[in-house]
Every structure is written in structure tokens, then in C-alpha cells.
Ligand binder design. Structure first.
Ligand SMILES: Cc1cc2nc3c(=O)[nH]c(=O)nc-3n(C[C@H](O)[C@H](O)[C@H](O)COP(=O)(O)O)c2cc1C
Length: 177
């Protein structure tokens, strides 16, 4: 029997929702038969024997969190050995019009100097002013970001299934070259 492929799901988070999205992704990958490790990007992470990595962050003022940017920068040579799939959460993605999606994609353009994602997923996140620290609260008020929980597990799971099919197709193509 073929050995299970190992996939890392690494996330950055401030208030837990991107961790939740990482868990939905990880659980779906396990259901599809992969050997999955879900890990915060601040933890010690071994990338030596993975076959693919899903790496994600929430948007903060249009960018990935500093620790997520730092992770892809400092680990780029290890990450570039395998397909990397980026996932991004943001409150603006709850309204996925062209303008909001283009803005979210800028965050991926910025990290593309280190890794070129095989695919990028953009998912609506969650925000609750009650949980925010003082400086984030001020920023959120200034940016007129409203509270809400827009996480859509089914959408995330469908994206994981589609992404894994694309990964398999790509692998088969490479084998035939
Ligand atoms: C300080 C701050 C800035 C944010 N900036 C953006 C932004 O630029 N674009 C966006 O779509 N969402 C923005 N958000 C919303 C978060 O991306 C969203 O709530 C996300 O789900 C939070 O993830 P977390 O719970 O893992 O920290 C911001 C939230 C905070 C607190």
C-alpha cells in the first residue's frame, strides 16, 4: 500500500478564526486520506518530510500577519521543495466582489517573492470587537470593519477537495513528462 502523503497545515492567527479555518482544512485533508499536522506558525515546525503545505493568515490592514510573512521568508527554501497552498481569511471576503478580492490578492503578491503558491484560497473570517485588544479595536473602528462571523465550512471543504484533485492531476502530469 502506498504510504500516506504528509501535509502541513500552518496558520497565523490573532483571535482564533484562522485556526478554526486551518482545522476545517486539516480535518478535510484527513478525510481524504492524508497524514495531517496542524500547527501554529510560531511553533517549531519540521518541514523535512512533508509532501505539501497549506499556509494561512488573516488579513490585517491588507497584509498577512508579520509572523506568517516571516515564516514564508525564513523557510522559503524548504517550502519551495513542495507545493504550497495559501489560504487567507478576511472580513472583506464576506463580500467577494472584484475590488475586495483584488485587495486580498495583494497580500499574496507580497509573499510571492518568497513562495509561488500552487493555489490560493480566500475565505470570509470572523470578528468580534469584544475580543480585540485596544490598538486593534481602534484600527477596526477607523477602517469601519463591522462585527460578524462569516466562516463557511462547506465552502472551505469544497475548496480543499478541489485543490487536492488539482494537486493529484499535476503530480500525474509530472510523472508522464
Ligand atoms: C486590526 C485588524 C485589521 C484587519 N484588517 C483587515 C483587512 O485589511 N482586510 C480584511 O478583509 N479583514 C481585516 N480584518 C479582519 C480579519 O482578517 C478577520 O477578522 C479574520 O477572520 C481574523 O482572523 P483571526 O481570528 O485568526 O485573528 C482585520 C482585523 C483586525 C483586528
Amino acid at each position: 500500500m502506498e504510504k500516506k502523503k504528509k501535509i502541513l497545515v500552518g496558520y497565523a492567527t490573532r483571535y482564533g478564526s484562522t485556526k478554526g479555518v486551518a482545522e476545517i482544512i486539516g480535518n478535510q485533508l484527513s478525510e481524504l486520506g492524508y497524514d495531517v499536522k496542524i500547527s501554529g506558525l510560531m511553533e517549531k515546525i519540521d518541514l523535512s518530510d512533508i509532501d505539501a503545505a497549506f499556509i494561512g493568515s488573516p488579513l490585517h490592514l491588507g497584509k498577512w500577519l508579520p509572523e506568517a510573512r516571516e515564516f514564508v521568508q525564513s523557510r522559503k527554501s524548504e517550502l519551495n521543495r513542495v507545493p504550497v497552498i495559501a489560504f487567507t481569511t478576511g472580513i472583506t471576503i464576506a463580500e467577494p466582489n472584484e475590488h475586495n478580492l483584488l485587495k486580498a490578492k495583494f497580500a499574496i503578491d507580497e509573499i510571492s517573492q518568497y513562495i509561488i503558491p500552487f493555489e490560493s484560497g480566500f475565505f470570509a473570517g470572523r470578528i468580534s470587537r469584544d475580543l480585540l485588544n485596544e490598538s486593534d479595536l481602534q484600527l477596526v473602528k477607523m477602517a469601519k470593519i463591522q462585527d460578524g462571523n462569516y466562516i463557511d465550512p462547506e465552502k472551505i471543504k469544497d475548496w480543499v477537495i478541489k485543490t487536492c484533485n488539482n494537486l493529484k492531476e499535476e503530480r500525474d502530469k509530472q510523472k508522464h513528462l
